[in-house]
Write a protein that binds this ligand. Structure first.
Ligand SMILES: [Ca+2]
Ligand SMILES: [Ca+2]
Ligand SMILES: [Ca+2]
Length: 744
């Protein structure tokens, strides 16, 4: 050992070349490449700007985006025209850092670096963290591309803002550094990589919290905290400076359809010492289950590669192409291959009446050919409800619409299938199309002024019904909202005016946090309620977000009955609780795209806040399955309440509203009692069934169908006999099921 130390000392003293600047192996500046410069920091690249090869990766389910964190402080990137910083953190409310106490040292930013031909690997970078981000960031590395080991380096985030150290955005730390020169396995290793991951205080410092602590001492750790990076620079010492590195040109990212190969992708290779024809090519995939077949073509400097995905697989993979010279030096470049198949955007179940055609937008993905030549076809499973000729397409390119016009007087369900085809490939989707009775009650808030209105009268009440105004429960605050009906001071731990203050369903019921309206069936009428629709709007993330519909037949003198949120859309969303959440909010930045009804599953910030925009529709709730809400003989009142409650963060001033524009709507039927349809009586008599109804019910025809889905009602051919006060039809029993109805 002494000998080695002495030798090393003499080398350091006597060998000038050891002090030569190391080579930059790779550098990520995240800027749009110079030839494509667009002066927009919000666009950039994850590919290394120097060195080629594997793009930077966000790991641990963290989302990422490009931008600039602050105009006050920046990174050391000298590019003043189009300087992008890389941001790790939630985007559109999705993909934040791990929840408190979970997933230590797994989430952050990852960089794969082929270090072949180098030793003394070192990394420098610039970093910024928001106030609520993790204070500690561990440097980890891998020697086999899979397993990650702790390096001694732990970065403590900077919390000092500028100009205000305590409240302004924290400033950048420039030139942070970590050194892998003592890690022998980091040298000359095509599988080397390193990453920066958020870390618990206890493991980072050997003391303190067994969880994440916030960067800024006065802040609380939050999953929405951010890690910003720039100028990730990897250096090393060339193991053989006498041999130049081979060169390989870059590839554009590629998209192919499932079961199709790429075209031959052209690239060039060269080397100072080795003839191009003697250079060795290899290729690898980050996702071998998706793609692992590569065929090289061409010769000399001009080469091609054909990449073939595995059968029936789709997804994406990073393809790395490497060139090695006769001296063993290797250079590489990478590109992303995406394997897709044609698809249509999801269309949820639709509800309407036969009188109201419905127009639905949809998007076509990954269908080849000129969109003007695409063939669009629609099919209806039940021509009694919708004919195929009632399905009409419009739009152009990938953005299309379908307008569905029902058959006159139809009620019932049909499944609509849409198929778009081109060049032997096609995409299709289907959805339920339900023809319901019309609305019998509706609140339109178009004329609600920006004042603290206490109640709003219904704007649609069917003949035979009367209805109350819509009002708030006694413990909700009255707030102003143009074209809406809003409430605040929802039950929460922060509301000192309520007791108890814990936000829960039971306490919402106890204290009276609800919106309410009532339908009264007038004497001489009978009503059946079919569906309940409501549109909602929340002002901010800390508004009440938990809800439950209830009804009462005694004006809530006794506890109400839960209306479970059920119906085709709830089913397709996989939701079957008795309560529901609504997580849309006008605060925050809207994500790029929002799937319909995403707001009943996840936080959806940035919802439209225009005074003339409807709120977010809550999926239609079926009432037809609730026996107590069918055949309501007047006089009879049904009172509806929508209870709401928040959580420990709910703030009194944050509002939850019905609307805007559209208030609650109920579909159903209301008939005069005298027009109440007669009942059919069915009795077995030997090998026949005896079907009868009162002779006083005139103008009815007995019909039958072998199935209700689809139905095919046909007149029953057997004669009608009058027996006393009854019309009687005798029908022989058959082996198949049959359904009967009276039709007027
Ligand atoms: Ca940059
Ligand atoms: Ca840019
Ligand atoms: Ca060479």
């Amino acid at each position: 050992m002494t000998m080695k130390k002495l030798l090393l000392t003499s080398l350091l003293l006597g060998s000038v070349w050891l002090y030569a600047p190391a080579d930059v192996i790779k550098q990520w500046d995240f800027n749009t490449p110079p030839e494509e410069m667009d002066f927009l920091p919000g666009t950039g690249t994850l590919r290394p700007g120097i060195g080629g090869g594997f793009p930077a990766e966000a790991v641990g389910s963290v989302s990422n985006s490009f931008g600039q964190v602050s105009t006050v402080s920046g990174s050391s990137d000298p590019n003043s025209l189009d300087n992008t910083h890389w941001r790790l953190g939630s985007v559109g409310g999705l993909g934040g850092f791990p929840a408190q106490g979970t997933a230590n040292k797994t989430a952050g930013a990852q960089f794969r670096v082929n270090t072949s031909g180098y030793n003394n690997i070192r990394v420098t970078w610039d970093q910024e963290n928001s106030a609520t981000a993790s204070r500690y960031w561990r440097v980890q590395y891998t020697l086999n591309g899979t397993d990650w080991l702790d390096h001694d380096t732990v970065i403590t985030a900077n919390s000092i803002g500028s100009p205000d150290p305590d409240t302004s955005t924290p400033t950048w730390q420039l030139g942070l550094a970590t050194d892998f020169s003592a890690v022998a396995g980091a040298n000359n290793n095509p599988s080397f990589g390193f990453r920066f991951v958020s870390e618990f205080e206890s493991t980072a410092t050997g003391a303190g919290a067994e969880g994440y602590v916030a960067n800024r001492p006065a802040s609380t750790y939050g999953t929405a905290g951010t890690l910003w990076l720039d100028m990730i620079t990897v250096t090393g010492d060339d193991l053989n400076p006498g041999n130049q590195w081979p060169q390989i040109s870059a590839f554009a990212d590629q998209t192919v359809l499932m079961d199709q190969s790429t075209a031959p992708l052209a690239f060039t290779i060269s080397d100072a010492e080795t003839p191009a024809g003697n250079l060795i090519l290899s290729a690898g995939s980050s996702n071998p289950g998706l793609v692992n077949t590569f065929v090289f073509g061409g010769s000399g400097t001009d080469r091609t590669i054909v990449v073939t995905p595995e059968p029936a697989q789709q997804g994406s993979a990073t393809i790395t192409v490497r060139v090695t010279d006769a001296g063993g030096k290797m250079s590489e470049t990478s590109f992303e291959l995406t394997v897709t198949q044609p698809a249509l955007s999801r269309i949820f179940a639709q509800a309407t009446t036969w009188e109201e055609p419905v127009t639905i937008p949809f998007t076509v993905y990954n269908l080849p050919g000129n969109p003007a030549t695409w063939l669009l076809a629609g099919n209806s499973s039940n021509p009694d409800a919708v004919q195929n000729s009632g399905i009409v397409f419009d739009g152009s390119g990938a953005e299309r619409t379908v307008t569905i016009t029902p058959v006159a007087n139809a009620v019932g369900d049909t499944t609509i299938t849409i198929t778009v085809s081109s060049g032997g490939l096609e995409a299709s989707t289907n959805f339920l199309f339900r023809l319901l009775p019309d609305f019998v009650l509706g609140f339109d808030f178009t004329d609600v002024p920006n004042e603290p209105v206490v109640s709003v009268a219904p704007t649609l009440v069917a003949e035979g019904l009367s209805a109350s105004d819509i009002v708030r429960g006694p413990s909700l605050g009255v707030t102003s909202l143009t074209r809406g009906f809003s409430g605040n001071t929802w039950n929460s731990i922060n509301n000192t005016n309520k007791s108890p203050t814990t936000a829960s369903r039971d306490n919402a019921i106890l204290t009276g946090d609800y919106f309410e309206f009532a339908i009264t069936v007038e004497p001489g009428h009978v009503a059946s309620l079919a569906t309940l629709d409501v549109w909602m709007r929340r002002s901010a993330v800390n508004a009440a977000m938990n809800f439950e519909w209830q009804y009462s037949l005694d004006g809530f003198a006794t506890p109400g009955v839960t209306i479970p949120p059920r119906g085709p859309i709830w089913e397709s969303l996989g939701l079957s609780q008795n309560t529901f959440v609504y997580l849309g909010r006008t605060s925050g930045t809207a994500p790029g795209t929002v799937a319909p009804y995403a707001w009943v599953i996840q936080d959806v910030p940035g919802r439209p806040n225009l005074t003339d925009s409807v709120g977010d529709p809550i999926p239609t709730i079926d009432l037809a399955d609730i026996p107590e809400l069918q055949n309501l003989n007047g006089p009879k009142a049904v009172t509806f309440r929508l209870y709401g409650w928040g959580n420990n963060n709910t703030v009194d001033t944050n509002t939850t509203a019905l609307g805007r524009v559209k208030g609650p709507h109920v579909r159903g039927t209301v008939l005069e009692s005298s027009a109440q349809p007669p009942s059919l009586m069915v009795v077995r008599e030997g090998n026949n069934v005896r079907i009868s109804w009162p002779v006083s019910a005139t103008g009815f025809t007995l019909e039958r169908t072998p199935s209700l889905s689809p139905f095919n009602w046909q007149n029953v051919p057997h004669p009608v006999q009058v027996v006393g006060e009854l019309n009687v039809v005798i029908v022989p029993i058959s082996a198949d099921s049959e359904f009967f109805r009276l039709h007027q």
